[in-house]
Ligand binder design. Sequence first.
Ligand code: CU
Length: 127
Amino acid sequence: MRIALVAALGALLLLAAADTDWSKAETVTIIERDYVFDPSNLTFRAGTPYRLHVENQGKENHELTAPTFFQSVELKDPRVLNSQRTEILVRPGEQQDIYFVAKQPGRYPFTCADHDWAGMTGLIVVQ
Ligand SMILES: [Cu+2]
């Protein structure tokens, strides 16, 4: 009896994790230019689904490189990131969406891996 109850609870927890309603995701837009993120500071609430809309309005490729952040979130579709799950590439004039739920409050610095030397950096805060 107790084992069945534990199994049922486990199944419920799994369902809850898989049950994120992405249609309710809040959109946050970040623009990439040569060589800056606008805005460079982003704040998210843990447990809330977001659509992070990344637009490259520059003339060069830009990444949004955030290894610790991307490891710590639930992603709707990890395939939008690179295979190491550390960054997303957006080509000039293109845009990408990352749907995620942040799990862990904290401060997560990010960069464009190609242009951190030029000051293309920012900070994500999860509350
Ligand atoms: Cu860049």
